[in-house]
Ligand binder design. Structure first.
Ligand SMILES: [Zn+2]
Length: 318
């Protein structure tokens, strides 16, 4: 376990990002109020529970599975929100100030959390970066050669490593329940191993040539590598950035050349661009995959998300 590398110790004071700058005074006051316990009473944690704040609903679900009744988890990015383009609001700053443990991915996915927290001596709230320096992981390139793709959790075997890190972090902040966290993490890990084994054979039922796909954003390279899917292109180089006409024209050529059958997008993104790509190439669009966020029932857990994605991919390519 390399908790020390993933678990940095920022101090809780607010850095003022562009958007927060205007409300700097209010944010700092709110932080002070929360810290001194005289702020607006949240529907607060029961005695003995650890408040954990995560950047996404996916990580919140993982923490809830490991923490069970001993944690109260809040995700900053709401369900169906876009973590890549999220901007924390003053209310999020208040949420962050009340955390005993902060959980993010890192690798460029949710670095806005670090920009919201800067050094101050007042607090040692630990910050767990799930995807940073994760042992035994082979990173893939990100938007450019200098970055790494952050979406490690979509390979279930890598998600199991996230779970180990979450357990170690909870044990560190709440040693009284260390045995509970270990037990709950072991049970969750066992379920994830079974999930990985259950989904692994499914894509192989599709001929390899039919497993070539285009994704909306570059969320699935680890998933694709693990489960035998070939991603021949992505519609946007990064969420929030419209592709150039030249980029899209190149992608259309690639889709035709590779005989791509389906273009996949995720529930939190608009479908205009993938609809246009499909219209020009005669492919179908499947616009309800999940990657960075949980969704409405039945996709209310990480395990359900993985099952949903594999089943919808296979059904579309069949
Ligand atoms: Zn993403």
């Amino acid at each position: 376990m390399t908790l020390a590398r993933g678990l940095a110790r920022p101090h809780v004071r607010l850095s003022l990002t562009h958007r927060l700058a205007r409300s700097a005074a209010a944010a700092v006051i709110l932080l002070g109020a929360a810290a001194s316990g005289c702020g607006p009473a949240p529907s607060g944690p029961a005695a003995g529970t650890i408040t954990v704040v995560t950047t996404t609903t996916v990580f919140a679900d993982m923490v809830a599975n490991v923490g069970g009744d001993f944690v109260r988890v809040t995700s900053l990015v709401p369900k169906n929100g876009d973590v890549h383009t999220f901007e924390p609001r003053p209310a999020d700053v208040r949420t962050i100030a009340g955390a005993r443990l902060l959980v993010m991915n890192g690798l460029g996915l949710d670095d806005w959390l670090e920009r919201t927290i800067t050094n101050a001596a007042a607090s040692g709230t630990p910050l767990l970066r799930l995807g940073v320096d994760l042992p035994g992981v082979e990173l893939l390139p990100g938007e450019d050669a200098a970055t790494q793709n952050p979406h490690l959790w979509l390979d279930v075997s890598y998600a199991e490593r996230y779970v180990d890190r979450i357990a170690a972090a909870l044990k560190a902040v709440d040693p009284a329940h260390a045995a509970d966290y270990e037990r709950q993490a072991a049970a969750y890990d066992a379920r994830l191993q079974a999930l990985d084994a259950a989904i692994r054979p499914k894509p192989a039922t599709i001929p390899e040539a039919d497993r070539r796909v285009v994704m909306f954003h570059d969320a699935f390279p680890y998933f694709a590598r693990a489960y035998g899917i070939t991603i021949v292109g992505v519609a946007v180089e990064a969420p929030g950035q419209a592709p150039s006409a030249g980029y899209t024209a190149d992608l259309i050529r690639v889709i035709r050349a590779a005989g791509v059958k389906a273009i996949f997008s995720e529930s939190q993104f608009p479908t205009k661009l993938v609809d246009q790509l499909a219209g020009e190439t005669g492919t179908i669009v499947v616009a309800d995959l999940f990657s960075d966020t949980l969704g409405d029932p039945p996709v209310t857990s990480y395990e359900a998300l993985i099952t949903w994605d594999v089943d919808h991919l296979v059904a579309a390519l069949r």
